[in-house]
Design a protein around this ligand. Structure first.
Ligand code: HEM
Ligand code: FES
Length: 781
């Protein structure tokens, strides 16, 4: 690994070295050798940014890069936390030149009248949110629906041109021009000539996010200057005749109504920024998606066989090969990110491409899994108040392209060998060409005339929840004790099941029932999954159906795996507590801790040996660490005694009935925050019962909106109905996606996300399930 001095021309190490031990790093600087060597402008970085930063995700998740003068943030939770707080982490540097301009460059830009300033993406609050709300209408799903036929028609027309040729560069033939045409149409801008705009966009990207040589900078500055002037003449034409259709016309009309919010300077800067952002992002994301799927041929074939997977495939491709790989923020005061102190004014490079591969958020992250339940949680569109406004236009185009290709050219292949070129810069990623080939005599429409009906109906927005299931087959079923059945599930056909981590669960769907079960077999070995189902004769029927009806050879649907109960592998000591069927995730955790060689103790309570699942396995694998608590032998699990010495470096994991969890929660009041972790499959209290609820009012400070939340609606539903775009995933208080900041008013917390301390601080809440205790709350939105 090459070692560099920690101080370079572009960035100076911000840490005072005088009192530091030289043992900290070979250079005597706390910036490690790998951090010092990090250079996102080298070609191998763009080839695979996630792999280039694997070392950082594993060992140094937030590091200072002297090459950039930025703190690089690589883990999912840290990147999301920074995106989430746009007051502490200002977006003001999002469009700053990452390579400072020389005086000569500044003089050239000045000659063109270049005056790029605040747009939307780099504007601070409260101006940003006020502007965003005024300009949101054109992005609403009902408005976007009208674009689908035009996208489809263009896709068909462009494909007609090359479908009989057998070979094409998809970027040149289609993926560049269609998103450009759609973007211009959406903005209301007349067609300016694709080739020139392409040159301009490259110059803009290199100017803002690249590291050109001083000579290259001069040429780029001229192109950026011309781009600016072209954008201004388009805008001047639109300002002179402001009655046209399109988002920029709507912005002009809002400028006339609210000149202090939608300012003229904003319009001028936005005109140039959006010309690049609205199509480059989508062109690159589409090329990346085809490159990913055709490289992983089994994924492409799965998509051809099952086009209903397309909406999730789009999200999975945005996760593994997003077109925006890193974005920027600046700390407005000294703070901590991932335990690292960031000084006031510290600049942060949030590497979404790395966060999207974080194994603590995505199971088996290196694998392309079209069934991935949480693919949509990728950070490629950013997160929080500035999350991409155009995301649903981008998604829609990618879906339509995929749908047309899997139908008309399922036998498409990448030309091999082929190396892909990417523009050297920190943030935009997409191949400059994508060569594919196929045998035109095998084109399906040569056998059957082309079907102009659409095979799959796609909704605007993220993929529907709970719609994604794969078929699995019961390949073994064994009794595990009284009313306990162990099922082994295997993939059907050529498909493979993804690897999973201890604590993960799947949803099994059969006979009209959907139930969650923890995985308890070996995470990697056989490619099969194991679950244990307890037959509950007094339950709602799901477990009875699985235990009584499902037999070896039967198929059923499965969603997941998903992990909401993760092991903190950095802790020094682990206490695992299971009661009854709660052993399933706990045993997987014990297996993992044993494999890691970590210190752990396993407590397993049950009525009698006959009522305890996986007992022989627990005894065989964890004998010296295992303590059984058998009720029929009078061995009660005395939690206060067992847990008397829990300290700061210890984690307690528990899965079992509510009374066990309740007792642990009360003991945990004396422990450091975050010590106790437990599994909750259902958040029963999250369900709304209008009879028991009361209506309240929510005031949104940044936007000045006032929204009534009736008894029968959640806060999230009421806010979404008022046009406030809040992301939601689980919808039941489990995942933290819908978190909002509370400024005043008491909260009736009903989620399973916030810690006790966070609840008491009354500063955040989950909008999908929690409510106001009183008549009114004020949110920072
Ligand atoms: C902001 C990515 C398509 C309009 C952003 C941000 C990212 C992004 C990373 C910054 C988010 C943040 O700071 O939290 C993408 C990707 C796209 C895409 C990956 C395609 C796959 C589009 C399209 C449009 C658009 C097609 C418009 C037609 C915007 C706007 C913002 C934005 C207006 C600023 C939002 C704000 O600051 O409030 N986009 N974008 N984007 N994007 Fe996109
Ligand atoms: Fe998951 Fe609200 S959407 S907690």
């Amino acid at each position: 690994m090459p070692q560099k001095s920690a101080v370079t021309a572009t960035g100076r190490c911000p840490v005072d070295h005088t009192a530091l031990s030289p043992a900290l790093s070979p250079t005597g600087c706390p910036v490690s050798a790998r951090a010092a060597a990090f250079d996102p402008f080298q070609p191998d970085y763009q080839q695979n940014p996630a792999a280039s930063l694997r070392w950082a995700r594993d060992e140094e998740p937030v590091f200072y890069s002297p090459e950039l003068g930025y703190w690089v943030v690589t883990r999912y939770e840290d990147v999301k936390a920074v995106f989430r707080d746009n007051l502490l982490f200002s977006p003001c540097i999002a469009l700053e030149k990452i390579t400072p301009a020389s005086d000569e460059v500044l003089a050239i830009l000045k000659r063109y009248g270049f005056a790029m300033n605040r747009t939307m993406v780099n504007e601070d609050e409260p101006d940003h949110m006020a502007r965003r709300r005024l300009l949101m209408d054109a992005f609403l799903p009902e408005r976007l629906m009208s674009y689908e036929p035009a996208i489809r028609q263009l896709a068909r027309q462009y494909m007609d041109r090359f479908i009989d040729q057998g070979r094409a560069d998809l970027v040149a033939e289609m993926f560049y021009e269609i998103p450009l045409t759609i973007a211009l149409h959406f903005l209301g801008v007349p067609d300016e000539g694709a080739e020139q705009l392409r040159q301009f966009a490259v110059a803009h990207t290199l100017n803002t996010w690249g590291r050109p040589t001083p000579e290259e900078q001069l040429t780029i500055a001229h192109n950026v200057g011309r781009f600016w002037q072209t954008a201004q003449s388009i805008l001047d034409g639109m300002l002179a005749q402001p009655d046209g259709e399109g988002w920029m016309y709507e912005s002009i009309r809002q400028h006339r109504l609210h000149p202090e919010v939608v300012t003229l300077s904003y319009l001028r800067s936005m005109m140039m920024a959006i010309l690049a952002a609205a199509h480059e992002t989508t062109s690159n994301a589409t090329a990346n998606a085809f490159m990913t799927l055709l490289t992983q041929r089994d994924s492409w074939e799965a998509l051809c066989a099952q086009p209903a997977l397309i909406p999730n495939a789009v999200e999975e491709c945005l996760r593994v090969a997003g077109s925006i790989i890193a974005w920027r923020r600046q700390a407005t005061r000294a703070t901590q990110v991932g335990g690292v102190t960031i000084p006031q004014g510290g600049k942060l490079l949030l590497v979404q491409a790395s966060a999207n591969f974080d194994p603590s958020h995505f199971e088996d992250p290196d694998r392309v899994d079209l069934y991935r339940e949480n693919a949509v949680e990728h950070l490629t569109f950013g997160y929080g108040a500035h999350q991409c406004m155009g995301k649903n236009i981008g998604r829609m185009q990618m879906r339509v392209f995929l749908e047309e290709f899997v139908r008309r050219l399922p036998h498409l292949r990448l030309v091999q060998p082929q190396s892909f070129d990417f523009l050297s810069n920190t943030s935009f990623r997409g191949p400059s060409a994508l060569w594919v080939e196929w045998d035109p005599t095998l084109n399906p429409e040569r056998q059957v005339p082309v079907q102009l009906v659409t095979l799959a109906e796609f909704q605007v927005g993220p993929p529907p929840k709970d719609g994604l299931t794969r078929t699995v087959c019961v390949c073994d079923k064994q009794t595990e004790g009284e009313n306990l059945f162990r099922f082994v599930l295997a993939p059907v056909g050529n498909s493979r099941l993804p690897a999973w981590t201890a604590g993960a669960h799947v949803d099994l769907i059969a006979g009209g029932f959907r139930r969650k079960y923890s995985l308890c077999g070996s995470p990697t070995s056989s490619g099969c999954y194991e679950v244990v189902v307890q037959r509950e004769s007094e339950g709602r029927g799901g477990s009875r159906h699985f235990c009584d009806t499902l037999q070896v050879g039967d198929t059923l649907q499965m969603a997941g795996p998903k992990n909401l109960f993760r092991l903190d592998e950095s802790a020094r000591h682990h206490i695992l507590i299971a009661a009854g069927i709660g052993i399933t995730p706990i045993l997987a955790m014990a297996d993992r801790l044993r494999a890691l060689g970590h210190r752990y103790e396993l407590h397993y309570a049950g009525r009698s040996r006959q009522h305890m699942a996986l007992l022989a396995r627990a005894e065989g694998a964890h004998g010296p660490h295992l303590r059984l608590h058998l009720k029929d032998q009078g061995q009660r699990m005395d939690l206060p005694v067992l847990l008397a010495s829990v300290g700061a470096d210890c984690r307690v994991y528990a899965c079992g009935p509510d009374r066990l969890i309740a007792e642990l929660e009360s003991l945990a009041e004396a422990w450091p925050e975050g010590t106790l972790r437990f599994e909750h499959f259902s958040a029963e209290h999250a369900a709304l019962d209008p009879e028991k609820e009361h209506a309240f009012v929510v005031e949104l400070q940044d936007s000045g909106l006032r929204v009534e939340v009736p008894r029968h609606q959640t806060l999230l539903q009421a806010l979404q109905a008022a046009g406030v775009d809040i992301p939601c995933d689980c919808g039941e208080g489990l995942c933290g996606t819908c978190e909002v900041s509370v400024l005043s008013g008491d909260i009736d917390h009903r989620d399973k996300v916030l810690t006790k301390g966070e609840r008491q601080s009354n500063q955040r809440m989950m909008a999908c399930c929690s409510r106001a205790l009183g008549e009114r709350i004020v949110l920072a939105l």
